[in-house]
Structures are given as structure tokens and as C-alpha cells.
Design a protein around this ligand. Structure first.
Ligand code: APR
Length: 232
């Protein structure tokens, strides 16, 4: 029998228990840094050192953290489901946990790309991107990150994938950032939608959503167990 498809949209909260800061919680990254100084094309044009340093620190931290129970629960779901993860996160914790299908909407910390030809993407060796690190066309390499104000190239693919869901799960995102926050509206009518987040995320645009007010580790493990038990 064909496996049912679970589409999962994750945000910073899925990695919070691994020790990676979220963006908009109190003490989050956007309280410590100004978005316009570190995460926009204008910031890159103005001060490459500052932008590189911001992402170098994020990348360095990635080597010090491990996937958590939430990432592993999503891997376990693959025993009985076709699991497709759409993540807003730039960390690689889903992959390191063992998830097979992971789409990174907002880019990947461990990759860098040419600043003149976006098709030239490279795995960075180690955590540090330096001034003078160049692509094969001779331009400075930049973080492979979708900055505020830039298009999100994978959105059409993510919307298509969302429209094929039998079950939709949203984990650890404040749903503040579009177009990612709108993807769930592509889920087919009558597709069960679950949202796992310890905070009161605004869900008025998601009719029928079942809200699980737990941290990702506990909430995802519980939901995965339930879904695996329901499916023979
Ligand atoms: N488990 C689950 N969720 C958690 C946990 C936890 N342990 N801790 C915090 N959260 C939730 C918060 O309640 C919040 O709803 O994670 C969410 C994090 O929201 P944001 O910080 O806004 O992160 P996210 O939604 O992923 O941001 C979207 O914004 O800055 C950009 O490009 C960046 O991809 C990012 C996008």
C-alpha cells in the first residue's frame, strides 16, 4: 500500500531544545541583532564583515549542537509515512537526525554561494567564511541564506508539496514570516493539520488546526507515537 504523506513545516522552535536560539522569543536573535544590519542584501552591500561574522557565529555554533527528540521523532515517522520536511531553519539538524527529505526554504548555514551567480553553491569547509574567499568567477562568496527582501526560490515547490499532504504538521514557528507562513493554506481541504508550539501562535488563518501546546521534543514524540499507532 502507498504510504500516506506527512508534510512538516518547521521553524526555529524545533531546534530550540538543541540549544539554538529562536529569533522572536524573548532573548531571541532579533533582540540581540538588528535584522537590517545582518540579514538583508543592503547589509551585505554596506558591511560584509559584520554579515559574515554574524553567520560565522551561527555556523560555529552548529558544530557544537546535536539534534533533539523532535528531530528524531520525525525520522521515526518515516517507518510508516512518506515524510517531507519543509524547514525555515538554516541548520542541518534534520539531516543529521536522519530525515531523508528536507527542503531548506531559507537556505543553509553550511553552504555559501557566489555573489554574482546564485547557481554557484558550495559546501563551506569548516565554520569560517572569510573576506577574500571567492567563487570560481572571482566574486566574494556570501552566506547561502535567503535574506529579508530576497525572493524565496523554493516556494513554488514547497506549495506543490503542501498540496499533496495527507497530514500536515507545523512545529516551532511563530508564523510571522511570509511566504513560508502561508504554505499551510495549500494543504488539501480535510487534511488534518497539527501545530506544536509552547506559545500561543496566531492560527486564525488555519481553520480546523489541532494545537498541541508543548515544546517540540515532547509534542512531536507524542504526536508521532499517536500517528504510528493509528496506522497499521
Ligand atoms: N519547542 C517548540 N517551539 C518552540 C520552542 C520549543 N522548545 N521554543 C520556542 N518555540 C517557538 C516559539 O514559541 C515561536 O513560536 O518557536 C517559535 C519561533 O519563532 P521565530 O523565532 O519567529 O522563528 P521562525 O518562525 O522559525 O522564524 C521564521 O524568520 O528570522 C527569520 O529567516 C528566519 O527562518 C526564520 C524566519
Amino acid at each position: 500500500m502507498m504510504k500516506k504523506r506527512i508534510v512538516v513545516l518547521t521553524g526555529a522552535g524545533v531546534s530550540a531544545e538543541s540549544g539554538i536560539s529562536t529569533f522572536r522569543d524573548s532573548g531571541g536573535l532579533w533582540e540581540k541583532y538588528d535584522i537590517s544590519e545582518v540579514a538583508t542584501p543592503e547589509a551585505w552591500a554596506r558591511n560584509q564583515d559584520l554579515v559574515m561574522e554574524f553567520y560565522n557565529q551561527r555556523r560555529k555554533q552548529l558544530y557544537e549542537v546535536e539534534p533533539n527528540a523532535a528531530h528524531y521523532a520525525l525520522v521515526k515517522l518515516e517507518e510508516k509515512f512518506d515524510v517531507q520536511i519543509i524547514t525555515q531553519n538554516v541548520d542541518d539538524l534534520h539531516e543529521r537526525a536522519g530525515s531523508k527529505n528536507v527542503m531548506h526554504l531559507h537556505g543553509e548555514l553550511k553552504k555559501v554561494r557566489s555573489s554574482v551567480d546564485e547557481s554557484l553553491v558550495y559546501e563551506l569547509d569548516g565554520w569560517e567564511l572569510k573576506k577574500g574567499d571567492k567563487c570560481e568567477k572571482g566574486s566574494q562568496l556570501r552566506p547561502h541564506i535567503v535574506w529579508f527582501g530576497e525572493p524565496v526560490p523554493l516556494i513554488p515547490e514547497a506549495a506543490n508539496l503542501s498540496s499533496t499532504a495527507d497530514i500536515y504538521i507545523i512545529i516551532g514557528t511563530s508564523l510571522n514570516v511570509y511566504p513560508a507562513a502561508g504554505l499551510v493554506s495549500y494543504a488539501p481541504p480535510n487534511c488534518p493539520i497539527y501545530l506544536i508550539d509552547p506559545a500561543m501562535v496566531s492560527v486564525s488563518h488555519i481553520p480546523g488546526v489541532k494545537v498541541i501546546r508543548e515544546k517540540a521534543g515532547k509534542g512531536t514524540a507524542q504526536l508521532a507515537e499517536q500517528l504510528l499507532n493509528e496506522t497499521s
